[in-house]
Design a protein around this ligand. Structure first.
Ligand SMILES: Nc1nc2c(ncn2[C@@H]2O[C@H](COP(=O)(O)OP(=O)(O)OP(=O)(O)O)[C@@H](O)[C@H]2O)c(=O)[nH]1
Ligand SMILES: [Mg+2]
Length: 242
């Protein structure tokens, strides 16, 4: 197993895999005309409307306060930012879309950039689409969801700003998001709060399973696949058996 992976038992689930963050640095910033880097490590991308909390999620996952620049003013991240984590994988902060005050030419830029990235990355293992847990998804969110699917990925939905609604309202809001986006059956939807970090471990577990599937299996059974481990269970010796 990779040295920086850690197993945890929590919420009644065993063997949740998270990553111990040893290093995290902003390595590449791509503008509209930049060539995308030819990375050789797995990449995990974060897409979503401006101000939804992409940079805050990245900071939360990395236990950093301000590695990814956040702002109450929408439209902060207008480049594609590649963060190298432990020299084992990349987090890719995509430009936020749908900010009304950005001029039309700017708006077209994010579309071109995101499309080029989704189409061109050879290392992309997981795409997270972030939506605000409080609101019905907008046209841009629905379009982005369909776009990611069209490029051959199954987006994992993250419902951000979980701390902004009452706990009793969570199931209703998650249902609203599923229906609003029209997600495919089996799509993962994970609530997250950058304030309380609730949901952090579940998101890491998904990242590890998609980027390092072998390690995830080792995490479950200690070196063998789950099936192998089950197959090797010795028959219980009853009274008549040796
Ligand atoms: N209460 C609360 N506020 C949050 C949460 N996540 C983000 N915010 C706030 O929402 C605002 C926008 O967050 P960012 O992380 O900068 O959003 P972004 O998606 O990166 O925005 P762009 O870079 O413009 O695309 C900031 O004021 C954050 O503090 C959360 O989980 N809970
Ligand atoms: Mg941002």
């Amino acid at each position: 197993m990779r040295t920086n992976l850690e197993r945890k038992n929590m919420y009644g689930r065993e063997n949740i895999m998270t990553m111990i963050i040893k290093s995290a640095e902003l390595e590449t910033v791509c503008g509209i005309t930049s060539r995308l880097p030819d990375n050789h490590l797995p990449e995990v991308a974060f897409a979503g409307k401006s101000n939804v909390g992409k940079s805050s999620l990245i900071n939360g996952l990395l236990n950093r306060k301000a590695l990814a620049r956040t702002s109450a003013q929408p439209g902060k991240t207008q480049t594609i930012n590649f963060y190298n984590i432990n020299r084992e994988l990349y987090f890719v902060d995509l430009p936020g879309y749908g900010f009304a005050k950005v001029p039309k030419t700017e708006k077209e830029k994010w579309g071109t950039m995101i499309e080029r990235y989704l189409h061109g990355s050879k290392q992309l293992c997981a795409v997270f689409l972030l939506v605000d847990i409080r609101h019905e998804p907008g046209q841009n969110d629905i379009m982005m969801y369909d776009w990611i699917c069209h490029q051959g990925y199954d987006p994992i939905i993250i419902a951000t700003k979980l701390d902004k609604i009452k706990r009793s309202q969570v199931p209703k809001h998650l249902k609203m998001l599923r229906q609003g986006l029209g997600v495919k059956q089996g799509t993962l939807l994970l609530p997250f709060s950058a304030l309380t970090r609730q949901g952090r471990d579940e998101i890491w577990d998904v990242i590890v399973s998609l980027c390092f599937p072998k390690e995830e299996e080792e995490g479950i059974s200690g070196g063998e696949s789950r099936e192998e481990a089950e197959a090797e269970q010795p028959e219980k010796s009853g009274p008549g058996k040796v």
